[in-house]
Design a protein around this ligand. Structure first.
Ligand code: ADP
Length: 444
């Protein structure tokens, strides 16, 4: 009967659907091929012929259970729109991870209020950021400036000699050539506008760091397309140019690199506030000289001692990661997006505290990637920056970058205050250590 059923299915939906059938009823080898198959094949094998992404995820999960003997209990299957990630966000889905989203704020920034969605499992983080927001709000709010806005991609090409690589560099830097190159580059999207090409040589290899505005998209795909256009165009004049890779790591994406820290990548933002003495005392439970000294010895000198690259802060990455995950950003870009120098000084005759964060590489978008998924779009909506800005393309993404910097400012204020007041361990024991984690000690 099974064989009969199989041949019927073969006749109707072909070899692909028959594999699905076999997964359900027969050999482990088929099960393994379904689980480990390549992403495009998978769409073809399961989601496409089934026309039901949820069912495909269920079959994949059952296959995994048969191979591993583990049922993935606790990893939910239902309650997620698998069609929304097909061909866009995640291949071979078998479920989804649940993460709590807390809300901090309101953050008063440039005269507007924002409630900050933060996806995290670190106790204290949301509460602490909220305390920083309260200190900022009670002092009249923070202000931000977006200093530059440009995503980068740097292909590497090899020429027959270093002299020839230098000729290409000179060609790219000739203003007339740049105009033509920009025309070719900008064809990749109505939102892309080439700003600059920064060149570096290593022997006969040339690294060209293209920088472009990308509207409300984070922009990696857009800029990569533009770079591809330009490489094709350059090949006309430099037929001896060998394209080694569309990305030569001088971009630099998802890796610590001085080029991002110094030149910036994505949005470069500075955010500042003047915190009143009584707020430092009542809300932050410390005093201005203690904060200024701690910032100097820890964030500046301490990070210098550690040989830090862009890490002149207390915990920018905590806030960046939580907001990135909540709003559908690429969390791997936390590496350079968290570059931050925190400055603190006493002002107004020592009565107030001037605090600022300078973050040169905030890589965010409000369209593309994971931003269109329901949960992430809801969080962007809460911030008032969902989707494309119709009046001024790019304005939503820039605002999101400013909010990230404002949230980091709040986080820095609160954590440094806790450290200055010696409260860190107590508050973590209260909010970040559940009774379940504690070993049961015998009564004394
Ligand atoms: P990324 O480069 O961040 O991965 P993509 O370039 O893949 O993003 O996606 C951006 C898409 O959204 C493009 O197709 C672009 O045409 C479209 N789009 C619509 N409105 C905007 C906007 N305001 N800014 C940027 N892109 C937009």
């Amino acid at each position: 009967l099974h064989l009969l059923g199989l041949s019927e299915i073969l006749a109707v939906v072909g070899v692909i659907a028959s594999l699905v059938y076999l997964v359900s009823f027969f050999g482990i080898a088929f099960v393994q091929s379904i689980v480990s198959c390549h992403d495009e094949e998978d769409e073809f094998l399961l989601s496409a012929p089934l026309g039901d992404c949820r069912r495909a995820a269920g079959i994949r999960r059952e296959a995994l259970r048969r191979i591993t003997g583990r049922a993935l209990e606790g990893l939910p299957l239902d309650g997620f729109d698998y069609a929304s990630i097909l061909g866009q966000c995640c291949e071979l889905p078998v479920g989804y991870v649940q993460l709590p989203v807390g809300v901090a704020g309101p953050l008063v920034l440039d005269g507007r209020e924002h409630y900050l969605p933060m996806a995290t499992t670190e106790g204290c983080l949301v509460a602490s950021t909220s305390r920083g927001c309260k200190a900022i709000a009670q002092s009249g709010g923070a202000t931000s400036v977006v200093l530059r806005d440009g995503m980068t991609r740097a292909p590497v090409v090899r020429l027959p000699s270093a002299r020839r690589a230098a000729e290409l560099k000179a060609f790219l830097q000739e203003p007339n050539n740049f105009e033509n190159i920009a025309l070719v580059f900008n064809r990749c999207s109505r939102f892309a506008r080439l700003q600059a090409i920064q060149c570096a040589l290593a022997g006969r290899n040339l690294y060209m760091r293209f920088s472009s505005s990308t509207g409300d998209a984070m922009g990696m795909n857009m800029v990569s397309k533009g770079v591809e256009n330009v490489l094709g165009y350059l090949q006309n004049d430099f037929q001896d140019m060998d394209v080694i890779s569309i990305s030569g790591n001088f971009c630099s994406d998802k890796k610590p690199a001085a080029v991002n820290w110094i030149e910036g990548r994505g949005k470069s933002v500075v955010c500042e506030a003047v915190i009143k003495e009584e707020v430092v005392k009542k809300v932050l439970k410390t005093n201005i000289p203690a904060l200024v000294e701690l910032n100097m010895i820890k964030n500046l000198a301490g990070s210098a001692v550690a040989g830090s690259l862009g890490g002149f802060n207390a915990h920018a990455s905590n806030i960046v990661s939580a907001i990135y995950i909540a709003t559908g950003q690429d969390p791997a870009q936390n590496v350079e997006s968290s570059h931050c120098i925190t400055m603190m000084e006493a002002v107004n005759g020592g009565k107030d505290l001037h605090v600022s964060v300078t973050m040169p590489s905030i890589e965010v978008g409000t369209v593309g990637g994971g931003t269109q998924l329901a949960s992430q779009a809801a969080c962007l909506d809460l911030l008032g920056v969902k989707g494309a800005s119709l009046e001024s393309p790019g304005a939503n993404a820039r605002r999101l970058a400013a909010i990230v910097a404002g949230a980091v400012l709040a986080g820095e204020l609160s954590l440094l205050s806790a450290l200055a007041a010696g409260q860190l361990v107590q508050s973590h024991m209260k909010y970040n250590r559940s009774a379940k984690d504690s070993p049961k000690l015998p009564p004394e």
